[in-house]
Design a protein around this ligand. Structure first.
Ligand code: ZN
Ligand code: ZN
Ligand code: FE
Length: 758
């Protein structure tokens, strides 16, 4: 007889892991116990040595589908010869938080039950079990049990209660367990709040959708606006009502086969699509797919996702076609949460609302993932990921709240050796967004039972997140430079302490000198950085207006590259711009009036894209950069010249020669595909050259690629490939490269900066 203590780390709580261990132990005749602990699950197993070996082997195969084991270690302990095998109540010393997992997509068994006419849950939209269902979005407090969820007001019927109490049952201690007799119910209402007289709300909603209507659907973390993805007129109607001109909509298909009918899906993408996080996955659309062109105009990509709640499975089944499923919000406001709010805010957008009476405790938008140059990269980390813990190589000395950035805001709370991202808040530009931000921080603090002693924020004094931080008076404030935070986020993901040479390319970020940075080469340590190189700045005539009227950036590039004599007459871009506007912009640049300098590499994408694609306007952040990437001809290997100005401190990358060569190509009638490829190749070359030059000075340190511009696979892949043979290259995976990922870096820099001072 022997004893082993087995420690399992990863996502193993709230996913049916302990009952599964129990059943396995019963089957093998192993005695002992299993319990949750702050870092996962601990098992103490006693029995004959051979059987224990089999037990440990079996633990690693055939585990619950939603369990995600990072680490499994075991060591011998003295034999205790206990009676039988028991599930012990949770060991909640320290952090109770971990008992709340992220929401889990419907498991195959529940899905089968819902679609099986013989099953008692046939057609029941709120079916779940220990392996699947809502978690974080229904949690109102801790510890995670039914009384601390929005399921509290539904009393289980005897049949559900039996399942809940039976350790042999798949629904043993499944907190949101319910059935049609006792659980939440659906209703379909018009916007005036009248319940439409529908005996079957789901079928009625499906009928409306098939007829081209727009239906708001209440889901797990918020509402979606749905319409038939094959119906161009319905999609145009949705765009018009939502005031969203061109930004792509996500599409939900009934299953993987339906997804494969409309897009090229690699094995890696398939794994992401079917994972329990069920994110939106950006994939390449098939040429002749049944998805209306209006869904994602001008990009060859589609944001696809599969149903993640039984409600979605049933709805997609009833409609029989893929659906556009886009977050139900008004332009930049956060996603809707409660029924009354949805009725108010979706008035004039949705024709009807498919509601239910289970409250959403925590708003959580859909997450977005993309395979970027071979690496699955989370671009928006929210439902399905939040509040999954991120392990920190070096524990923080005190709890830190990091407030994130301005656009695509997420915040982060670090405590001990763990960090937690909050849900995607979005652009912090409206009162509604700020309210969501404050409420989500409050809720996360409750769930984690923590009060931050340190608050980290961006250096930009105007950001609402910065103002929020400054309004808190019971914590130490630490301002963190934007790009330093970007780099620290990648470092954290790879558990690297530094020094690291960070390459941070993005649209904008407040620099230590008060100007806008965004093409930064930073030698980063845990608590500080040295700025070694940057990009020559571009003048943004009209400030933020230049981000929408990107011709202004194109003009500024020309003005700089051609010494104040921009050859606008030979470029078709300017044919449609009023001469009056051009004159004003020219004066703004020359007189340096309301024309701030910006070093963001993203601005170069906007400017070159505008010039070569003849695109004067951008209707959403990143639109031109994305179009510019997509148009590139993969076969083109040539690049344009560039210069490095070593007289500047820090050294500056000078793209004036690049602008002149690209203009020559455009004027000569070269295709945008060729010009774009050459532009991208130039950026790859210059990045590699600058990095190699800097490494020669600072020694061989890892190189980190970060910032929203590295969503660009051509750039991330090109630079990664050229450098990887010589040096360790760190790229993002679990944490977004864009501003949605910087809060983690902010938290760690603030902690390291304070050291023992706090
Ligand atoms: Zn299930
Ligand atoms: Zn029931
Ligand atoms: Fe950024």
């Amino acid at each position: 007889m022997t004893g082993q203590r087995i420690e399992v780390r990863g996502t193993v709580q709230g996913v049916g892991f302990r009952p599964w261990v129990y059943r396995l132990a019963q089957r093998l005749g192993i005695r002992g116990r299993v319990r949750n602990d702050p870092r996962g699950v601990t098992i103490e197993a006693f029995g004959p040595e051979k059987l224990i070996k089999v037990f440990i082997e079996q633990l690693q195969v055939d585990m619950p589908a939603s369990a995600h084991v990072l680490e499994l270690g075991s060591h011998r302990i003295p034999d205790e010869s206990p009676e039988g095998f028991v599930i012990e109540s949770s060991d909640l010393r320290g952090d109770k938080s971990l008992s709340i997992p992220p929401d889990l997509a419907t498991c195959p068994q529940c899905q089968a039950e819902v679609l099986d006419p013989a099953n008692r849950r046939y057609g029941y939209a709120f079916t779940n079990c220990t392996a699947c269902g809502p978690r974080f979005t229904i949690a109102t407090g801790i510890p995670y049990d039914r009384a601390a969820t929005t399921m509290r007001r539904f009393d289980m019927c005897p049949a559900c209660q039996r399942e809940y109490d039976d350790i042999e049952d798949r629904r043993f201690h499944a907190q949101p367990n319910a059935c049609a007799k006792c659980g939440p119910t659906l209703s379909l209402t018009g916007l005036d709040g009248d319940a439409l007289r529908a005996t079957d709300p789901l079928k009625a909603a499906a009928d409306l959708l098939r007829r081209g209507a727009i239906v708001a659907v209440k889901g797990l973390g918020g509402f979606h606006l749905a319409c038939d993805a094959a119906d161009g007129a319905a999609v145009r109607l949705l765009r018009a009502r939502k005031h969203r001109d061109e930004k792509p909509f996500a599409v939900m298909t009934a299953d993987l086969d339906a997804a494969k009918a409309v897009a090229e899906i690699s094995a890696e993408e398939e794994a992401l699509l079917t994972a329990s996080e069920r994110p939106i996955v950006i994939v390449r659309a098939k040429d002749r797919s049944s998805i209306a062109a209006e869904v994602s105009p001008e990009t060859p990509f589609l944001g696809l996702f599969l149903p993640y709640a039984p409600l979605h499975h049933l709805l997609l089944e009833a409609v029989g076609r893929p659906l556009v499923m886009t977050s139900a919000n008004v332009s930049n406001e956060p996603i809707c949460r409660d029924n009354g709010e949805a009725r108010r805010r979706l008035d004039g957008i949705a024709d009807a609302i498919l509601l239910h009476d289970r409250d959403i405790a925590m708003r959580c938008d859909d997450s977005v993932v993309r395979v970027i140059a071979g690496t699955p990269t989370v671009m928006r980390r929210s439902r399905g990921f939040v509040p999954r813990p991120i392990h920190l190589a070096k524990p923080v000395s005190r709890p830190v709240l990091a407030c994130g950035a301005h656009l695509k805001n997420t915040f982060c709370i670090a405590m001990g050796d763990t960090a937690y991202f909050g849900p995607h808040v979005g652009d912090l530009e409206t009162v509604a967004a700020l309210e969501f931000f404050e409420e989500a921080i409050e809720r996360m603090q409750t769930i984690l039972s923590v009060r931050p002693e340190v608050i980290a924020h961006d250096l930009h004094p105007g950001y609402l997140s910065t103002r929020y931080a400054r309004a808190q008076n019971d914590a130490i404030l630490v301002g963190v430079q934007h790009h330093h935070a970007h780099v620290a986020s990648v470092m954290a993901e790879h558990e690297v302490q530094g020094p690291v040479l960070g390459v941070a390319y993005d649209g904008t970020g407040f620099g230590e000198d008060g100007t806008s940075w965004g093409g930064e080469f930073l030698l980063c340590f845990a608590d500080r950085f040295e700025r070694l190189a940057t990009f020559r700045p571009v003048r943004l005539a009209g400030g933020d207006l230049a981000m929408r009227e990107v011709w202004r950036i194109g003009y500024a590039l020309l003005h700089d590259a051609f010494d104040g004599q921009p050859p606008i007459d030979s470029l078709p871009l300017f044919a449609d711009v009023p001469p009056q506007s051009i004159r004003i912009v020219s004066q703004m640049i020359e007189r340096e009036l309301n024309a701030p300098l910006a070093r963001g590499v993203g601005r170069y994408f906007d400017g070159f894209g505008a010039l070569a694609l003849n695109r004067p306007l951008s209707t959403y952040e990143g639109q031109i950069a994305i179009a510019w990437d997509h148009v590139a001809n993969d076969a083109v290997r040539e690049a344009y010249p560039f210069a490095l100005d070593r007289n500047e401190t820090p050294m500056e990358v000078d793209l004036r020669p690049t602008v002149r060569a690209a203009v020559e190509d455009v004027v000569a009638g070269r295709s945008p595909a060729d010009v774009s490829a050459r532009f991208h190749n130039t950026l790859v070359n210059l990045t590699v050259e600058v990095v190699e030059g800097l490494l020669a000075e600072v020694g061989d340190v890892p190189v980190a690629l970060t910032g929203g511009v590295f969503h660009n696979a051509r750039l991330a892949g090109g630079v990664g490939q050229k450098l990887a043979s010589k040096i360790r290259v760190l790229r993002h995976s679990e944490v977004p490269p864009g501003d949605g990922g910087i809060a983690l870096g902010q938290a760690l820099i603030a902690d390291a900066f304070l050291g023992d001072k706090g």
